[in-house]
Design a protein around this ligand. Structure first.
Ligand SMILES: *[C@@H]1O[C@H](CO)[C@@H](O)[C@H](O)[C@H]1NC(C)=O
Ligand SMILES: *[C@@H]1O[C@H](CO)[C@@H](O)[C@H](O)[C@H]1NC(C)=O
Ligand SMILES: *[C@@H]1O[C@H](CO)[C@@H](O)[C@H](O)[C@H]1NC(C)=O
Ligand SMILES: *[C@@H]1O[C@H](CO)[C@@H](O)[C@H](O)[C@H]1NC(C)=O
Length: 288
């Protein structure tokens, strides 16, 4: 079936669900999201969309898993969030007030600069077609301004929720000098597949360097990606060409740390039929 159509339907569902949760959250539980829900040693999913924020809070016990070790080194993580002018005061604000604070630095990119939020203007047109260019520009900006100062660069959307403490523990097991990247592996199109954009993905410092200086270099770029419409597929193609290794992120029981869908789909409603076909590791339902 048509993947774009499926993605669209998926986005609509995620959107409606997010709005519902924001409503429920605002009306039914006026307290601000506490960081305690994510500061335990559990290695619950590193990221999923907003619903996990609430699900993690309300069903915290169900999500506790045998933990990773405490980080043995303190790597610096830069998170960048792709947003849009109309989502600044809702989605982007929610990220800024919650998990965004826990990265060592969080940047918000949008089509238009906004000095008061602040967002960095990407100087590209709005809309899905511009997504590849946005991602390229944002990573280039990160490299040029912060490439030496951080170990890991996470790309997320404004409807992604990240448990940064768990991400920290996970990356502490790896060296940011290696050309590697992490995410939810959609095992398609390329030998090592590509990382789902919706779940967010993480590039090592070295992966970022080769992506910007070789992959999308201004002269003789290795990756010819202007005509790839899906940003995550573009990244997958480029990473493979640049020999940046896709690292598996499932735990020892093959449970995912990066979730491309809403938590509700992993718990209550079940997955869309295409997910088992795309995901490298069989998706598993979780009981709550
Ligand atoms: C800039 O950001 C502020 C704070 O989020 C917001 O209130 C304002 O509407 C934004 N301005 C534009 C032009 O989007
Ligand atoms: C977009 O253009 C403005 C003004 O020239 C510049 O300050 C900004 O850094 C540019 N954004 C990116 C991501 O390069
Ligand atoms: C992406 O950027 C390139 C180079 O700046 C430009 O030629 C191309 O038209 C852009 N694509 C879209 C869809 O905006
Ligand atoms: C840490 O990395 C090693 C190999 O690099 C791997 O065998 C081990 O399972 C990893 N541990 C975690 C918790 O990811």
């Amino acid at each position: 079936m048509n993947r774009i159509l499926l993605k669209f339907i998926g986005l609509v569902i995620v959107g409606v669900w997010t709005m519902f949760l924001i409503y429920v959250f605002k009306v039914a539980s006026p307290s601000s999201p506490s960081s305690s829900s994510s500061s335990s040693a559990s290695s619950a999913a590193i990221s999923s969309s907003f619903s996990s924020l609430f699900s993690v809070r309300r069903n915290h016990k169900a999500l506790i898993r045998p933990g990773l070790q405490e980080p043995h080194k303190k790597d610096k993580i830069l998170c960048w969030v792709l947003t849009a002018p109309k989502f600044l005061d809702n989605r982007a604000k929610a990220v800024k007030n919650t998990w965004g604070k826990r990265c060592d630095k969080t940047l918000f990119f949008s089509s238009a600069a906004n000095a008061s939020f602040p967002t960095i203007g990407l100087n590209v047109s709005e809309g899905r077609d511009a997504l590849p260019n946005k991602t390229i520009r944002a990573f280039t900006y990160c490299y040029e301004n912060y490439g030496q100062d951080f170990d890991w660069f996470m790309k997320a959307d404004d409807d992604t929720y990240v448990i940064v403490e768990n991400l920290r523990k996970f990356v502490s097991n790896y060296s940011s000098s290696d050309p590697i990247y992490f995410g939810h592996n959609f095992y398609k199109y390329f030998k090592q597949g590509y990382m789902s954009g919706g779940a967010g993905y993480v590039l090592s410092k070295e992966a970022l360097r080769v992506f910007v200086t070789k992959g999308v270099a201004k002269t003789k770029p290795v990756c010819h990606i202007q005509d790839v419409r899906n940003e995550d597929i573009l990244m997958g193609a480029c990473m493979e060409k640049l020999a940046v290794k896709a690292i598996d992120t499932v735990d020892e029981y093959q449970r995912e740390r990066f979730l491309p869908l809403d938590l509700i789909e992993y718990t209550v409603t079940g997955f869309p039929f295409w997910l088992p076909d795309y995901s490298k590791f069989k998706p598993k339902l979780v009981s709550i």
